[in-house]
Design a protein around this ligand. Structure first.
Ligand code: G6P
Ligand code: ZN
Length: 582
């Protein structure tokens, strides 16, 4: 057996190792600096209780982006040196973010061991490749992203770190084939266990959904299906679940081979970046050669995000979570006893609020970032939650879950089409428009101004905060610009007090609430790696079911005009157009 020693390597702190909304994300070239990743990993171990780390099992894997394989080897060595007993790795270093969450919560090793935490190697929806982004985030024992208390500690450790522990004599481990390799360290055996990326996750999905019902839907000749993994890790799960388990045709999968650079694309499932799917579904500028499928979906690089489409029809993420919540009981066996509660992030539209009210469900509004849902779920307060940023999920794990969202929609479609016989198929569009008929519609759009000068972005935000204290001025400007827009009745910065641990998160977005329930929200993104990204969220509620069929950009045009005027967007940023509209 290979024997290794533990050695101490001197190092110096690097600036800017502060984990953002979802871990540390930087250019690959930044991560490739000597000791850079090492420092962050050691800072994480130092932030955890050492008695918990010693003898523990840790998961290390990710979305397969460029430099992941090197990173896995580096982390295995630092983990071994810090007294970790076992490292669990998905085959080829691949595990989706939701699968990691599932593995932490559910997987039991041959010695009865469970994982204490995970290093997830992903920059989510950011592009990959030698000149693009790499990322790392730590997930805790409940399967969810580390909470702020821990990430603050990690960050503060990165500022003072002077040495890290690593190994001498521990070779790189073959992570391409399944099996366990055992080494001998100062504390005894150290194991690296490589296993199938899909096994635990598929098992969990089968306990949640009625696979037979979905299989029947996929076999219905009136139904057709298409899934785009944008060359991210979702492809591994899509092949296993949609094709192997549920009988979808292999040809219904687009870009389902994971690539280190995501094929040069931007692995973000939205109308701008999921170009091929958008075209196939009949939503592109040029009509497709073939009749679009009835259902289409896409995922981001690490498979926690999702976009749901019908034939020539886009489902906004805010509507998606509301519709899943409204239909869960009946369609999805996991929810057969009812929902404990529902939650959305603040900038997500209030479509879910209306469902919660009507179904008398507990409801929570949290800041942007999936970690805020975790506490609610751990406390048994929330079953289904979602974010406008193409994230939807439930308390089956502590991450959002792209494949889960697709299975949820397929379940709803299967349930609605159960007795359709020779009749017309109930489509995605039917389900959404029926929903608007019952609950009203929240017209919604998001404007992103990416890679704006960081200083300019800060100034714009400060200006908006200042504006909030002079509402009469704001309303005067509205009257002059668009008299058809109602007045602002409330303006504040969102602050959240966690109902479980009572922690307070301030400055979580600048909101303007209008008399008719419309909202404008401004926020700075926490996930970019260069400059600043300003997000502008625009929402208008229409309760009158005869008026829910407008094109979203027409319905929202007056509010957009107000938002741009109020914020002096062009003046501050020099941008006359957003980078992305969703
Ligand atoms: C990540 C988090 C999401 C969050 C999103 C916000 O994807 O997992 O929970 O909604 O970041 O990103 P932003 O760029 O708006 O900070
Ligand atoms: Zn992601």
């Amino acid at each position: 057996m290979v024997v290794f020693k533990v050695v101490t390597q001197n190092t110096k702190p690097f600036d800017g190792q502060k984990p953002g909304t979802s871990g540390l994300r930087k250019k690959v070239t930044v991560f490739q600096q000597e000791h850079y990743l090492h420092n962050f990993v050691q800072a994480t171990f130092n932030a955890l209780p050492s008695d918990k780390v010693k003898g523990s099992t840790i998961v290390v894997s990710g979305d397969g982006r460029y430099w992941s394989k090197d990173a896995v080897q580096i982390i295995i060595k630092i983990a071994a040196a810090n007294g970790v007993k076992k490292v669990w790795v998905g085959q080829d270093g691949l595990l989706s973010t939701p699968a990691v969450s599932c593995i932490i919560r559910d997987r039991v090793g041959p010695d009865g061991e469970k994982a204490y935490g995970a290093f997830i190697l992903t920059a989510s929806h950011n592009p990959g490749g030698p000149h693009e982004d790499f990322g790392i985030k730590y997930n805790a024992e409940n399967g969810g992203p580390a909470l702020e208390g821990l990430t603050d500690k990690i960050y503060s450790n990165t500022k003072t770190i002077s040495a890290y522990l690593t190994t001498e004599g521990l070779p790189d481990v073959d992570i391409s084939s399944i099996g366990t390799t055992t080494f001998e360290g100062p504390d005894g055996a150290f194991e690296v266990d490589v296993f199938s990326a899909t096994e635990d996750y598929v098992k969990l999905m089968k306990t949640i959904f009625d696979f037979e019902a979905i299989k029947e839907l996929l076999a219905n000749p009136k139904f057709s299906f298409c899934y785009d993994a944008l060359h991210g890790v979702a492809g591994v799960y899509a092949k296993q679940i949609f094709v192997e388990e549920l009988g979808a045709k292999e040809s219904s999968l687009l870009n389902c081979t994971p690539l280190e650079d995501f094929g040069g694309g931007h692995p973000d499932p939205n109308l701008t970046y999921a170009k091929e799917l958008v075209h196939t579904m009949g939503l592109g500028k040029v009509p497709p050669a073939n009749e679009p499928p009835e259902f289409g979906a896409a995922a981001d690089g690490d498979a926690d995000r999702n976009m749901i489409l019908g034939k020539r029809f886009f489902v906004t993420p805010s509507d998606s979570v509301a519709i899943i919540a409204a239909n869960a009981v009946g369609s999805i066996p996991y929810f057969s006893t009812g929902l404990k509660g529902v939650a959305r992030s603040m900038p997500t539209s209030a479509a879910l609020d209306v469902v919660a009210k009507k179904l008398e469900l507990k409801f929570f509004e949290v800041p942007t970032g999936w970690k805020f849902f975790g506490n609610l779920m751990d406390a048994g307060l929330c079953s289904v939650c979602g974010e406008e940023s193409f994230g939807t999920g439930s308390d089956h794990i502590r991450e959002k879950d792209g494949i889960w969202a697709v299975l949820a929609w397929l379940s709803i479609l299967a349930y609605r089409n159960k007795d359709v016989g020779d009749g017309k198929l109930v489509t995605v569009e039917d389900i959404v428009t029926q929903h608007w008929g019952i609950y009203g519609r929240h017209y919604y759009t998001r404007y992103d101004y990416e890679n704006v000068d960081a200083d300019a972005a800060k100034k714009l935000m400060a200006y908006l905060v200042e504006l909030q204290s002079t509402l009469p001025e704001v309303n005067k400007l509205i009257k002059e610009t668009r008299p058809d827009v109602e007045e602002v009745v409330e303006a504040d910065e969102f602050e959240y007090k966690d109902p479980v641990d009572h922690s307070v998160s301030s400055h979580q977005g600048i909101c303007f609430l209008f008399k008719d329930g419309s909202r404008l929200v401004f926020r700075l993104s926490g996930t970019g790696s260069v400059g600043a990204t300003i997000r502008l969220y625009i929402e208008q509620y229409e309760a009158d079911s005869s008026k829910t069929g407008k094109a979203s950009q027409d319905a929202l045009a007056p509010l957009v005009a107000i938002a741009l005027k109020l914020s002096k967007m062009e003046e501050f940023t020099g941008r006359s157009e957003p980078t992305v509209i969703t």
